[in-house]
Every structure is written in structure tokens, then in C-alpha cells.
Design a protein around this ligand. Structure first.
Ligand SMILES: [Fe+2]
Length: 423
């Protein structure tokens, strides 16, 4: 007699292993890509985006996957190549990619950077000639006026927060421990010409209790620390704010004795996030907060030449129609903070964009005179594209579309690296 046993219940796979979050299994190099429209001939450089792409089997959480870089090189109106490469390192290095002192650095939250070549091949770890004893945030800031790279790391052990400065040649010139109460999750920070700003928020590390290593605290409180750029850890002034999470900084700048700080803020973990503005009064020690817009957005970017200076325009991704934890459509938004309006770029049904990078037009200093560039996944053909928009005519059809014959999985942060430019 045969005993029938119940089949195990079907389990819905996690979002990061399905659809266009699912990893790709190989590295490819593809030349002379098909382009529709006209690539601006002045766009000479590489758009590179990082993201988790598990290499040795599925990971339980999306952000634990090994980093993979996806790049498209543009030159003189042509799309020369697409290539994808794992970051071949002991750390996941899956979150961002920046350039400093002539080196491309693949970054993750709290580990040392990994140097990669312009062709995205891993060259090795970077510890600033032994001076960087801990890690580097995935969101360092390049000061446009000094060329310095400012960053920090947070740690599970005291000092929980350490600020660093590196000069334009890549030498680490300052290490500044900063006192905070506990090990808090601090994904981003901000700089102005005179200050560095840190977010000590009620998201605490919990010893890796499933499903996340961090959790919300109803009692820790929330504050923004303002450190003079050349000060010591004891010089931080703390501004108390309403409990919240800050996923990403838009920018910060100074107006007399006030610091204006724009961020993407949520009321607590895993809640929708919106654009917010904090005004920190250095005379009174008080902070004011105001919501700039009610749309749910993240991945904010500005014209990076304005880091630390007043900005008017913000590019961000509005994720919509979430199914099984993943967006099935999206809009890119360009916010005009002077008129309090936004313009959408709609990619169309089944098409999802990523972080958009503003690339200024050559010889132009106007804030929105340039291009917005991003990857778009087209679910209709299960493949991706690199899209070039006119930033000043944001809702118009793309100026150019580089058609890739395969998909680029959804990822995290991107940057544009002009060819032949050292910084
Ligand atoms: Fe980030």
C-alpha cells in the first residue's frame, strides 16, 4: 500500500531572486551596441552601476549578494561596449562606485573599498596605504572646491562612528572618532563647505536577529550632528529632530548661520520615503523640518558640481505598483525646488528605471543644462536599455536609447565617469 504524503507547501521565492532582481550567471562583453535616437557626441565616458548579484548560490537577503558592476561606454556618439563584472573581493562591495585620486572604487556599507579598472576588472583592496583601518561608507562625498573625499564608517564597537578626510591625491589626512550612544545604521551623510553632517537615528544593530540586522528603536531618539570640517570629535553640535529614518541625502548647503539639508526621509523603517528639508540654526541650536513633496521617492541625485552649494533641481526615482516586494513600473521625477513642481519621465508599461545621474553639458555651468542617464529594464522584451534624457526637457522622449541584448538586474547606485578625467 502506498502512503501518500502531502507535498511541501509552495513557497514564494523572495523578491530578490525573481523577475529582474534575479541575478545573472555570467560576465559578458558586448561591442558596438545598437542605438536608437542620437547619442550626444560630447558624452564621452562610462555609466557604471553597482548591485548585488549572488555568485555562489542564493542569499537570504538582497543586499548580501556579491557586487556586480554593469557599465556602458559612450564615445563620440557611439555605444562602444557593455560589460558586467563581479567585484572579485572578500567583501560584497555591492552598493556604489565612485572615483577618487584616479581610482574607481566599488563600495559597500562598512568595508574597505575595492579598486576596479575602467574596464571594471577588480584590481584589489584599497586601504589608503594602511591608514584606513576600518571601512568606508558607500556614500562618500567629493568636495567640489577642495577635491577632498570626505567619508565615515560606523562600527558595532566603540567608537561607533569615525569620520575621515582624504586629499585629492588619495592620502588619508584626518581620522576623527565621534561619540554616539550606540551602533546605529547610518547609510548616508552630508557636507557643506564648512561642515560635515551625521545622522544618529533610531535604527540600531540588533546582533543579526532575523530577518534584518537592524531594528527600529522607540527610545533611542534622533539627532543630526554638525562637525566643523576641520574640527575634532568633541566639536560636534547635535540637533534633535523627530524620530525618522533618512535613506539618502539630497544635498546640504549654508545660508549665513543656517544649514539647509535636503534628504529622503521616512517615518520609520520600511515606510515610504519623501523629500524633506531640515533647517539647522547654528545660533539657536534648533532644527526645523518641512516636507518638500508628498510623492514616494528615493535614489535622489543632483548636479554633483553643486555638492555643498545651493541646488534647485533634484532627480529621483518614484517606484510604483509594488508586487511581491518589487516595483513593476516607475517614473523618474525631476523636482524644481524653486517652483515646488515636478516633471515626470514615464518609461511606459512594464518598464522600470534606476538611479538617474545628471551629466552636465560640456562648457555649461547651468544647473539643468545636461543629460539624465539611467538603465531601464523593459519587461516586455526581458532586456535592458541605457537611456539618455535631456535634463532641461525632462518629460520628452529620450534623446537616445542604447539597446542591450540582455537584462541588467535591478541594482543600487550608479555614477558617470568621464573618459580621461582624473577626478
Ligand atoms: Fe545608498
Amino acid at each position: 500500500m502506498t502512503t501518500l504524503t502531502a507535498a511541501p507547501p509552495l513557497k514564494t521565492p523572495p523578491f530578490h531572486l525573481t523577475g529582474n532582481y534575479a541575478p545573472v550567471s555570467d560576465e559578458v562583453t558586448l561591442h558596438d551596441l545598437q542605438v536608437t535616437g542620437a547619442l550626444p557626441p560630447e558624452l564621452n565616458g562610462t555609466y557604471v552601476r553597482n548591485g548585488p548579484n549572488p555568485r555562489n548560490g542564493p542569499t537570504p537577503i538582497w543586499f548580501l549578494g556579491q557586487g556586480m558592476l554593469h557599465g556602458v561606454r559612450l564615445q563620440a556618439g557611439r555605444a562602444l561596449w557593455y560589460r558586467n563584472r563581479w567585484v572579485d573581493a572578500l567583501t560584497t562591495s555591492n552598493t556604489h562606485v565612485v572615483r577618487h585620486a584616479g581610482k574607481l572604487l566599488a563600495l559597500v556599507e562598512t568595508a574597505r573599498p575595492v579598486v576596479v579598472s575602467d574596464e571594471l576588472e577588480t584590481l584589489g583592496p584599497c586601504d589608503f596605504d594602511g591608514a584606513l583601518t576600518h571601512g568606508m561608507t558607500a556614500h562618500p562625498k567629493t568636495c567640489p572646491s577642495t577635491g577632498q573625499l570626505l567619508f565615515y564608517t560606523y562600527s558595532l564597537q566603540p567608537p561607533f562612528l569615525t569620520h575621515y578626510r582624504a586629499d585629492p591625491s588619495g592620502e588619508l589626512t584626518a581620522t576623527v572618532p565621534i561619540q554616539v550612544g550606540k551602533a546605529t545604521y547610518m547609510h548616508d551623510f552630508a557636507i557643506t563647505p564648512r561642515h560635515a553632517l551625521f545622522f544618529d537615528l533610531p535604527v540600531l544593530f540588533n546582533g543579526w536577529r532575523e530577518p534584518m540586522p537592524i531594528q527600529w528603536s522607540d527610545t533611542y531618539g534622533a539627532r543630526i550632528g554638525v562637525l566643523p570640517r576641520h574640527g575634532g570629535g568633541g566639536d560636534v553640535r547635535w540637533f534633535t529632530i523627530t524620530a525618522c529614518t533618512i535613506s539618502h541625502t539630497v544635498n546640504a548647503y549654508e545660508e549665513g548661520d543656517r544649514i539647509i539639508l535636503d534628504v529622503v526621509r521616512g517615518p520609520r523603517l520600511e515606510a515610504p520615503t519623501c523629500l524633506y528639508r531640515y533647517t539647522l540654526d547654528l545660533r539657536t541650536g534648533e532644527a526645523q523640518e518641512a516636507r518638500l513633496d508628498s510623492l514616494h521617492v528615493d535614489f535622489p541625485r543632483i548636479d554633483d558640481r553643486l555638492t555643498g552649494q545651493p541646488h534647485r533641481y533634484v532627480y529621483a526615482l518614484e517606484l510604483r505598483d509594488i508586487v511581491n516586494g518589487a516595483p513593476t513600473s516607475s517614473l523618474l521625477r525631476k523636482f524644481d525646488l524653486a517652483t515646488h513642481r515636478s516633471v515626470a519621465h514615464d518609461f511606459g508599461p512594464g518598464r522600470v528605471g534606476g538611479e538617474a545621474i545628471f551629466v552636465p553639458r560640456l562648457q555649461s555651468s547651468d544647473e539643468d543644462d545636461g543629460y539624465a542617464i539611467t538603465y531601464v529594464y523593459d519587461g516586455n522584451r526581458n532586456a535592458s536599455e541605457l537611456i539618455v534624457l535631456d535634463a532641461a526637457d525632462f518629460g520628452a522622449p529620450a534623446l537616445a536609447t542604447v539597446l542591450l541584448p540582455r537584462r541588467v538586474p535591478y541594482g543600487i547606485h550608479a555614477n558617470w565617469f568621464p573618459t580621461g578625467k582624473a577626478e
